[in-house]
Write a protein that binds this ligand. Structure first.
Ligand code: G3I
Length: 392
């Protein structure tokens, strides 16, 4: 059942702004974004000319904090619990930690009746010991569910499983969480469902309102954590990303109109270095529309996939750094953006080496630090983006 179509505040605001903008042009210069493209190897001369110089070696967490922003990264138990040098660098650079996998259903729920918090607890304690914030990912998803899920969960017991999971997990970490990705990737217009909702057992069993239910249950157990709707595929000037932005805005407007306790949109931001269909103005308008709903914005899973770039690591690093700079210059211009997390910190530990490996089998180079934890130009690009960002 599709939720009701709303004449959203956004459309009314736009109508109003359209009237005012005539005056606006007279009263003050509008910020005009040049038609930038996320750097790609087709702009080699542009990438070779770009300047990524930053002053000093102040860690990213401190540069972000000086502007009222939070910087951190996804970390996982296998890497952080075994690699002392990495643990040290992570604590140095990151002001927030999100477990890459340890708070997902497939890790937390080895069986329908057992919760295993051991790895999540280790990461929570690591964050606390190193004066880092801690965020959870994710309470509700339609992918990578535990093996038993399909056999056990059905129309009759789905609500019980959803409510019990969210309640148990948020109560376990109450008081420790900066924020939770309550629902992850609930939109996919390609699936043909009403309102662009993604196929999901939760949608099948509970209908479109499973999303609102999830947020209400999470707020009941942890009234302090920021509750986030997390989504990917929102950044490019492509028909697919435009459709996703439209559907996400509609979902957020619907949730807000129902008084749902939702506080932020999480934008995953897995950038494809070879993608050039990037229109800063369109992305900036989307960010303003989200902010106009009274929501904050978190960049939750930033990295730059270099799978289709030339082999030369020097050129790759420049292109990756250019993509970081192009993207962050837009998202940090929106003061509702409160945090930037990269999906990993070092090329030694990235999902991309497994899920988006290169055909030439060269080591992938998507993250701010290389495999020996040394800063690359991508680190410079993120550092300079924080240095240039407006203070919150
Ligand atoms: O821990 C087991 C290991 O014991 C076993 O030997 C191995 C066999 O394959 O699997 C290991 O678990 C894997 C886990 O990553 C740790 O490496 C899971 O199979 C694998 O599915 C899991 O992939 C994660 C994926 O989400 C699915 O949960 C990636 O690491 C993680 O980076 C990725 O992150 C997602 C976000 O959650 C949502 N947004 C997109 C993002 C990238 O896909």
């Amino acid at each position: 059942m599709a939720y009701k179509r709303l004449i959203s505040r956004r459309h009314i605001m736009r109508l109003g702004l359209a009237t005012l903008s005539g005056i606006g042009v007279v009263l003050g210069a509008k910020k005009i974004y040049p038609r930038q493209q996320i750097s790609s190897f087709s702009n080699q001369e542009k990438n070779l000319r770009r300047d990524f110089t930053v002053s000093g070696k102040t860690p990213l967490r401190n540069r972000a904090a000086s502007k009222g922003l939070i910087y951190g990264a996804a970390g996982n138990y296998p890497a952080l619990s075994s690699d002392e040098a990495f643990k040290k660098r992570f604590a140095q650079e990151c002001g927030i930690l999100v477990p890459e996998n340890e708070l997902k259903w497939d890790t937390l729920r080895p069986t329908p009746y057992i919760f295993d918090f051991s790895k999540g607890d280790w990461l929570a304690q690591f964050a606390q010991r190193n004066n880092m914030l801690f965020r959870g990912h994710n309470l509700v998803w339609n992918q990578f569910m535990p093996e038993w899920f399909k056999e056990v969960v059905n129309r009759q017991n789905a609500e019980k499983f959803l409510v019990e999971h969210i309640t148990t997990v948020t109560k376990h970490y109450v008081g420790q969480m900066h924020s939770w990705d309550v629902v992850n990737e609930g939109i996919d217009p390609n699936h043909g469902n009403p309102d662009g909702l993604a196929n999901s057992p939760w949608l099948d069993f509970l209908g479109a309102d499973y999303i609102e239910l999830a947020f209400r249950v999470a707020a009941q157990s942890d009234p302090k954590a920021l509750l986030v709707y997390n989504e990917g595929g929102l950044k490019y000037d492509t028909p697919e990303h435009e459709a996703r932005r439209t559907a996400v805005l509609k979902l957020l407007e619907h949730l807000k109109s129902r008084g749902t306790p939702i506080h932020a949109l999480g934008m995953e931001s897995h950038i494809l270095a070879h993608e050039t269909r990037f229109n800063p103005k369109k992305l900036r308008t989307f960010l303003s529309d989200v902010a106009s709903l009274g929501l904050k914005i978190m960049i939750t899973e930033l990295d730059v996939i270099d799978q289709k770039l030339p082999a030369d690591p020097t050129l790759r690093d420049r292109i990756v750094a250019g993509a970081y700079q192009d993207f962050l210059s837009v998202v940090l211009d929106e003061k509702a953006t409160i945090a930037v997390l990269t999906w990993g910190l070092s090329d030694r530990y990235t999902w991309i080496s497994r899920f988006n490996s290169r055909s030439d089998a060269a080591t992938v180079r998507p993250l701010p630090l290389d495999s020996d934890f040394k800063p690359k130009l991508g680190w410079n690009a993120i550092a300079s983006s924080f240095d240039k960002a407006p203070k919150r």
